[in-house]
Design a protein around this ligand. Structure first.
Ligand code: GLU
Length: 468
């Protein structure tokens, strides 16, 4: 039932009667957790906001745990409601008290937690990384933790692991911070307040771009991530979640989500990350307002346009390519004249025209293609041309993939370079097929980094300065 219909229904029931309904339900023998979710028409999931789990971008709520939970709610035919906890303690309290049906927050299945809570089968495996700052000696094993100041998230699997090590390595100086994000922990090491921190490999992968100087010393362990439930003898909800997650792993859903949330960060090498961070401070502020205005005019998130601008020219208004494209958004002469640009090197004009041109392409892409995929198709077309993007979709369909899914089209688009594929394609050889895929990935990476930089402590000042 949709949230709207449910609200209308409640509006039609007089308040007094609603009280009576509540009392009757309370007096009935307690239903199992699955029945409660079904009769409520809503699955309540507790989480902690993080780029690895749950966050809000241009298209609304997203994140790997969120998308998985949304799939589970869909399967149950109920709505999904997220409740956010600040600390891990609060998170477990939410399921213990029954305020949430389950916790999906990149939680490691640990021996200590398993004593009080039930876990689903695991949906992801991560390495637990010991992170240090370049320039300091690299820690290579637990013995190197001796005498070091180590910061971890309070109540985390990492805190649990260090506590177990305390006998073996007695002189570690461990500080456990309540509610710290992976980003906060990494910042503390980056700024030299601590020698090391422990974070999961998925969090490290996502944050690498923001911390080019932080390195992984060694893996202190491996963890399986699962959803946590209140201990319940009946376990009906956990069993359905179990079946759902097992299937999501088997049919590639989890792999696709991992790909979607993590893979585009891989292009960030140390060099690229360093220049991106530098340019966030020394170039972006001059163009933030222009990106925001262009975003207002075209309905995009300004950070997506900024990500596009960075991929095009690294925010350099004087950029020129050997093929004659030019300016901050690297417009061709044809596009520039189509969009009424008089001076391609004028960053304001360039940004506005680039955004409007992207919007124009975007609007030509079938509306049935869901966001964010429709945006990725628009970007691929912006880069490789509409015809080649269409050819890639046709080819994807011929190869048995879903032409409306960017994850599928991304696999086949590079094939348009090979004669046996492009000869059958309407627009022929696409040298840029593979390049468009890398292009879209890079923009996703910059976009995510900008979204996260906006909430990060390191860049809050810069971002505020941009808005001023
Ligand atoms: N996987 C770790 C844990 O379960 C980290 C969680 C987090 O960073 O929120 O404790």
């Amino acid at each position: 039932m949709s949230a709207l219909i449910r609200q209308l229904k409640y509006l039609l029931i007089p308040a007094a009667l609603m009280g009576a309904v509540a009392i009757t339900t309370a007096m009935q023998p307690a239903a199992g957790p699955l029945e409660r979710v079904l009769s409520r028409g809503e699955l309540v999931v507790a989480t902690r906001a993080a780029p690895t789990t749950y966050y809000v971008d241009q298209y609304g709520e997203t994140g790997l745990d969120f998308e998985l939970a949304a799939g589970f709610a869909r399967e149950l035919g109920v709505d999904l409601r997220i409740v956010e906890a600040g600390t891990l303690d609060e998170l477990f309290q939410l399921i213990h008290s029954g305020k949430a049906d389950l916790a999906a927050a990149g939680l490691s299945i640990t021996p200590q937690r398993s004593r009080s809570f039930d876990f689903s089968t695991s949906y992801q495996t991560v390495d637990e990384k010991v992170i240090y700052r370049l320039g300091a000696p690299r820690p290579r094993g637990v013995e190197d933790l001796s005498g070091k100041r180590i910061v971890v998230l309070a109540g985390s699997s990492h805190a649990e692991r260090l506590a177990l090590l305390a006998e073996e390595v007695p002189d570690m100086d461990i500080v456990a911070l309540e509610g710290a994000s992976a980003e906060r922990l990494l910042t503390l090491v980056d700024e030299g307040h601590f020698d090391y921190t422990l974070v999961d490999s998925n969090a490290y992968a996502i944050h690498r771009a923001l911390f080019p100087e932080l390195m992984s010393g060694f893996d202190i362990g491996q963890a399986r991530l699962g959803w946590a439930f209140r201990r319940d003898a009946e376990g009906s909800l956990r069993h359905s979640a179990q079946r759902y997650l097992t299937r999501a792993k088997a049919d590639g859903t989890v792999a696709r989500l991992e790909e979607r949330f993590y893979s585009h960060q891989e292009h960030f090498n140390l060099y690229a990350a360093r220049s991106f961070i530098r340019h966030l401070d020394d170039r972006l502020p001059q163009y933030t307002q222009a990106f925001m205005d262009a975003a207002d005019a075209t309905g995009y998130d300004w950070r997506l346009l900024a990500a596009l601008g960075y991929q095009e020219s690294m925010w350099d208004p004087d950029a020129v390519s050997p093929t004659g494209v030019r300016g901050l958004m690297m417009l061709t002469l044809r596009t520039a004249s189509e969009m009424g640009v008089t001076d391609r090197t004028d960053p304001y004009e360039s940004i506005h025209a680039g955004a409007a041109y992207l919007r124009k392409i975007h609007d030509r892409i079938p509306e049935r293609i869901a966001e964010p995929d429709r945006t990725w198709f628009a970007l691929a077309a912006y880069n490789a041309g509409f015809g080649h993007m269409e050819d890639a979709r046709v080819l994807t369909q011929r190869m048995g993939g879903d032409p409306d899914s960017w994850a599928d089209v991304e696999k086949y688009m590079p094939l348009l370079r090979q004669a046996r594929y492009y000869e059958q394609a309407r627009h022929g050889y696409a040298s840029g097929g593979g390049q468009a895929v890398i292009y879209v990935r890079a923009i996703k990476g910059y976009y995510d980094t900008l979204v996260w930089a906006g909430t990060s402590e390191r860049h809050t000042r810069t971002m505020l300065a941009m808005v001023d």
